[in-house]
Design a protein around this ligand. Structure first.
Ligand code: DGJ
Length: 747
């Protein structure tokens, strides 16, 4: 049991040797938060870590840790829960009313994705009930501690046990009170084509954070933040990570009070949210996941990666090998027909690729992105043999077949919109804002979800389809739904997300064999919520390898490589015009779910040969790339960002692949050693170095301790001992966009 209740001190100690959380019933009946993070010995009371709650004492309230902070009662920091009662007040008195310690992790419910366990010994869950007696509002705060990781999942359920309707105005999935504010806040921010850049700021008094009011988590800020000490590195020091398992509007922020305590809160953004609860009704928040590590930011990543990969992702594809794919989008855009696609697929097969994906443009009247969206019938001009005919021919070539969809959208110029203009989101009597000539369908209306389940379900049943790329190419404007009365429009955004999840649930359960990949103009809805339905996501529309080093680095802080689709595309790169060699492009994309996005007809023989070698190299190590332990070694966000390195290793330290990338070449580079991680210090490793995929540069032997503590030479003179150099010497790699891959195997 990882959760102990001490009835004498009225404290709960959640403890698993990796982390501790200590909660308590305070003297005033509220739930206090005494400690979280560093593992503490089980048994003693930690009540002294929080003074008695003094409330508003002359000038200030005592900054005690609270599990369920609310407004108007003397704690003037940001709130975790705001409920407006029938009298219009927002003052609650959340009194302890009981608790349960449950083996395992009860389902979250509410149609929300969540982490889970497969056996009860994988976690324990503490459910604390509190009651606001005057209103009858009951709240259950659930805290799950996973047995083998420094990770807690938190959510709450609010039930109106009174006789009058109330309105939930703010329901954070988690608040976490930390006793000091000496932290650097790390956020992942950007926009389309430069998603999830690492941005850091030192905490200062007041509120600081990120959020989205776009109807989706967005490319601008990711629903994740980390807190690191000034001295924390990737491998050492204390760090927190907080991720929201949700795909809609969110808020993640830290409030630093005058006593320099820090309150982190994460949940649905309260600004565009108000949820009415009639008597007897409940509201369940999405789940937040909080990871703590004293092994640096990498320790937080490691814990989140494992959880997201193994106990958030679900279904047949969670553990299955993800196929290497060729997507036609950048190769053809809308300009394709059956024969051109089959030619591409045939070439793909010849290069060792496993899955052919048909992107946008296969349906309705869709010569470009101005029309046809929403009309889910096959375009017979482009595909005279239909999807079935195309898919079968692709299958006959020995490939799997995948398809792009964008169910949530509609062009005004479409049969669907002409028939059902009220299915698109908008406020009656007001202009609707178009973006990419499209409008968002109102998934808050159950009949729209029903229609999409039928229309998309019909398409997926009509042909042998192995993979689906589910796109979402604009944000929500003019939020309003006819599905709710005027005084419940504050529910719109969350209802939309619940409609989306309902659609995902219906399609993923009807087609369990299909691998779903989420996408939103690239990475504009790349969040832990989507990973509950689709185990992989299109990381960014920016396929430039140099840009991808930064995008994949930032994404990897919370998300595992198995969730990050990464493709080699043609040069000049369509987003940047850059001309990076094909092996460099592949060496970056392999640290993700590997694929291609180009027209092989435009490739010369040497590039095709290169792809054959790349695919073979990747397939031999796919297990490592997909399920290995990822470590970031050199950041594109530090220094000049010219040298980047990362690695992936088998959990038992038996194998690893480390990569070092140099963006621009400098003559006579300084001697440089790259220190590796996660190896067996007592073992010897055979190390094979590659700077292209046709043949290795050479091999040598090193000790695990040396590789981690002294490092590995990157420059050619260091690369091989003299007696191991090939007779013609080592090819010196010059030029821009170079890389070294080190393949390590324990001897
Ligand atoms: C945006 C996606 O990110 C692209 O990969 C592509 O699928 C286009 N949409 C198609 O419209």
């Amino acid at each position: 049991m990882t959760i102990a209740w001490n009835p004498a001190s009225r404290e709960w100690h959640l403890h698993n040797g990796h982390t501790s959380w200590v909660l308590a019933v305070l003297e005033n009946g509220w739930i206090g938060h005494l400690h979280a993070g560093t593992p503490l010995a089980a048994g003693p009371s930690y009540r002294h870590l929080a003074p008695p709650f003094a409330g508003y004492d002359n000038r200030v309230g005592e900054p005690i840790g609270l599990t369920l902070p609310g407004p108007g009662v003397g704690d003037f920091r940001v709130s975790g829960l705001i409920v407006e009662t029938a009298d219009g007040a927002t003052v609650l008195d959340p009194q302890y009313a009981g608790h349960r310690i449950v083996p395992g992790k009860p389902a979250l419910g509410g149609g929300l994705p969540a982490t889970y366990v497969e056996a009860d010994d994988e976690a324990d869950t503490l459910e604390i009930d509190v009651l606001d007696a005057p209103s009858g509002i009951r709240i259950t705060v659930s805290t799950t501690l996973f047995a083998d990781a420094p990770v807690v999942a938190r959510s709450m359920r609010i039930t109106n046990g009174g006789t009058a309707a109330v309105t939930v105005r703010c329901a954070m999935s988690a608040t976490l009170d930390l006793p000091d504010a000496a932290w650097t806040l790390v956020q992942l921010s950007g926009t389309w084509a430069r998603e999830r850049s690492v941005v850091e700021r030192t905490l200062v008094p007041g509120r600081q954070g990120i959020g989205s009011l776009r109807g989706g988590s967005g490319a601008e800020h990711n629903p994740f933040l980390a807190l690191c000490r000034a001295s924390t590195t990737e491998a050492t020091g204390e760090a927190w990570g907080a991720a929201l398992v949700y795909s809609g509007n969110f808020l993640a922020e830290v409030d630093v009070d005058p006593f320099a305590t820090a309150r982190l809160r994460i949940g649905i953004h309260p600004e565009a949210f108000a949820w009415r609860l009639e008597p007897g009704a409940s509201f369940t928040t999405p789940e937040a996941v909080l990871a703590w590590s004293d092994r640096g930011l990498g320790g937080v990543s490691d814990a989140l990666h494992r959880l997201f990969r193994e106990r958030l992702a679900r279904g047949e594809w969670r553990d299955a090998d993800r196929p290497v794919l060729l997507n036609n989008w950048e190769g053809t855009y809308f300009d394709f027909d059956h024969d051109r696609l089959i030619t591409m697929a045939r070439e793909a097969k010849a290069m060792g690729i496993e899955l052919f994906v048909l992107d946008d443009g296969w349906f309705g009247d869709r010569p470009d992105d101005h029309r046809g969206l929403g009309d889910w019938t096959v375009n017979r001009t482009k595909l005279p043999k239909g999807l079935d005919g195309l898919a079968r021919e692709v299958r006959d070539l020995g490939l799997q077949f995948g398809l792009w969809i964008e169910p949530e959208m509609v062009n005004a110029n479409s049969d669907l919109f002409r028939a059902h203009p009220d299915w698109a989101i908008g406020v009656p009597g007001r202009k609707r804002t178009e973006q990419r000539q499209q409008l968002v369908l109102d998934l808050a209306q159950p009949l729209v979800v029903d229609h999409l389940a039928d229309a998309i379900g019909g398409i997926l049943a009509s042909a042998p389809i192995d993979y689906v790329k589910w796109d979402w190419n604009r944000f929500v404007t003019e939020p309003w739904t006819p599905a709710a009365p005027a005084d419940r429009q504050g529910e719109f955004f969350h209802r939309y997300v619940l409609g989306l999840y309902d659609l995902y649930e219906r399609l993923t359960s009807r087609f369990p064999h299909i691998l779903f990949e989420s996408c939103a103009s690239g990475g504009a809805r790349f969040d832990a919520g989507m990973l509950g339905w689709a185990p992989q996501a299109w990381t960014s529309d920016n396929t430039d390898a140099v840009e991808r080093l930064a995008i994949q680095w930032g994404s990897s802080i919370p998300y595992p490589l198995s969730s990050m689709a990464a493709h080699v595309s043609a040069i000049p790169n369509h987003q940047t015009g850059r001309l990076a060699p094909i092996d460099f492009r592949a060496a970056v994309a392999m640290f993700g779910v590997f694929g291609y996005e180009l027209d092989p007809a435009h490739m010369d023989a040497s590039d095709r040969e290169a792809v054959r070698h790349q695919v073979a190299f990747y397939l031999e190590r796919r297990d490592l790339f997909q399920r290995g332990r990822f470590a970031r070694l050199r950041s594109p966000f530090e220094g000049t960002g010219n040298e980047i390195a990362w690695m992936v290793s088998a959990p038992d330290g038996s194998r690893a692949v480390a990569a070092h990338y140099r963006v621009l070449h400098r003559p006579l580079p300084v001697r440089d050693r790259l220190r590796l991680r996660d190896l067996d210090p007592a073992a010897r490793y055979s190390v094979t170095a590659w700077s292209s995929f046709d043949e290795p540069l050479g091999s040598f032997e090193r000790g695990g301790d040396e590789l981690m503590r002294v490092g590995i030479g990157i420059e050619p003179p260091d690369l091989l001992p003299a007696d191991a150099r090939p007779p013609d010497g080592i090819r010196v790699v010059r030029g821009d966009f170079t890389f070294r891959l080190f393949d390590l195997r324990r001897i």
